[in-house]
Design a protein around this ligand. Sequence first.
Ligand code: C2E
Ligand code: CA
Ligand code: CA
Length: 672
Amino acid sequence: MKKSLENLSRCEKNLSENNQEFCPYFVKSLRNISEIIFTQESLGKNFQKIHEVIATLLPVDGLTLLLYTDSFPSSEGEYHFPKEVSKDMAYLRTQMIEHMLEINKPVTSIIQSSDVTSKSQHVVPSKEHTSYIGVPLQHQSKVLGVLIAYHHNGHFCYQAHHEQLLIFIAQLLSLSLSSLKQQQEMQTAQAQLKAANEELEKRVEERTQHIKAANSVLEQQILERIKIEEKLKHDAFHDALTSLPNRALFIDRLEHTIKAYQRQGSAEFAVFYLDLDRFKLVNDSLGHIIGDLLLIEVAHRLLDCVRPSDTVARIGGDEFCILLNEINSLQNMQDIANRVLAAFQVPFEIKANSIVSSTSIGIRTSYEGASSSEEILRDADTALYHAKEKGRNNFAAFDDTMLQQVTRRILIEELLHEAVKNDEIYVYFQPVIDMKSRRILLFETLARWHTNEHGVIAPNEFIPIAEETGLIERLEQCILRKALKNLCLWRKQFPQLNHIGVSLNISSQQFMQNTFVDDILMTLKKYQLPSSCLYLEITEALLINHFDAACTALKQLHENSVHIMLDNFGTGFSSLSYLHHFPISIIKIDRSFVNHLEEQDKNFSLVRSIKTLATDLQVKVVAEGIETSEQADKVQDLNCEYAQGFLYSRPIHEEDMEDYLKNCERWHPELN
Ligand code: C2E
Ligand code: CA
Ligand code: CA
């Protein structure tokens, strides 16, 4: 609009220069035309109004505006007033338009009726001629269309000033129309731009939402992944049952502690290696579920004993390890060990079971140096072994002598393999004397091992190693064979000694073998010996740890007339209640009691009460380790049926037995 008004001002200027007298009204009219064009309504609707304004400026019957549109020639860009005309008039208009298009410059002309008649064959209008002015609409040398004004009063003809006037009007129309077109194009462009922007914004928004949704899914997946990874990491380093750190994590922490200790000389630390005493018994008697619950409860109690900075780990079945990061002194470490032992004092209440449990603890501190985690754990394990040896519910701290023992143990283990393989273990026999008849009841078979490099190795040392390494089975079979073979020989050589028997020390591992009873019975058979000549010496610990197996095996042997003896009585639980469960006919009172049998000594009264009880239960008693005649007298006073010890005879090499038996008339007057 602004631009068209500027154009209008330019027209006004032109006009006033050329035609002074029309000026004010003309200008006003031109303004009107411009305003009409710029109203919102379509040109078609307003064309009559344009006609009306033009009619005030020059005589005009009809007005035709032809705009060249993209679809030209078509009726789309054609505006007429009046709209409804006769066919002839329409033909006349077409003639005028065609003429204009042909010459394409302002023209004032007349169409004669005869022209029409000749060209169109149409009925000639009543008027004689039609005068018209045609003006091309041009803007910036571009032809926009044509404006034609016509009059069909036969007497009127348009003059040059009319033409001039229409040229001005046409100029204004051109300007206004092209401005309007520009404006419309601009508006369209703006609308398109706005639509495009909106579309873009919409797409951006959609895309943003899409990305947001994708991001949140991704975030969720990442979170889940992190969770899974954390769980995997946790599982890899924790025990599934108790949720405590596992062996791998414990070693990792221990190594960190060792490094810090080596680098900065940080605080002294200690490792506790724990093993529950008799946990297997809980598992076997109450089942694995109760066993598992007990382990969980143990984990809680252990955690309660230490500081949060310490590490409690489960490193195997019933084995736990504690890493104490800071200990002030050995006393401090002992206090903690006592606290752990005390934590087991209260029975564990698990599913209506009141379980009494205890633990043994092996301790290795940094006071002994800290080189590697393997070494520290190995030493703690060694100390644990010693704690258990001391009698469970105990702790032992690692020291150098333990290391020497371990080294020796490893050496013995190696040598023992060879010795058993090469049948280098031989037997000694030590008699058990019947106090009343003064005759030999039996010979206890004692294993012996002589090595070239390390001299004699005592059975107390190599038997436990044989048990742990599984060598015991072969070893005991060999000892059984040797014992019975010797007995068979003696019987043949000294038929008067047919009542004599031999006893064998039985290790716990033997009960675990299915062939245990059969082996014994078959060997007896092999040497044609009656079962009643064989005595088996078993310990309380063996009965406790292998209760069921012992029950079955001993019952079977007893039924076959083999005698069962309870060895080392008084050193273990010293409960005669076993005598009800097992077919035991003789108990051997340990030599530690016999050693101090002074009248006032409490050992004396203890042995006396054992003897009384045994008599009630019709069980006979052997007093072991009699070294002096005083001891022998005491034992006699206590009415112990049998005695054994250096006083009567030291253990005798199997090869010396023949000589011994020949010369033992003191115990066997009938031999002579
Ligand atoms: P144990 O069954 O208590 O055997 C008795 C031990 O006491 C023997 O030691 C014997 O030499 C010793 N002894 C006998 N009388 C006296 C005495 O008056 N004073 C002293 N101080 N000692 C006496 P040994 O032969 O060294 O055997 C030690 C242990 O080794 C045995 O104790 C037994 O538990 C085990 N053992 C020995 N031979 C065998 C075997 O063939 N199989 C099994 N499983 N264990 C065996
Ligand atoms: Ca024995
Ligand atoms: Ca004994």
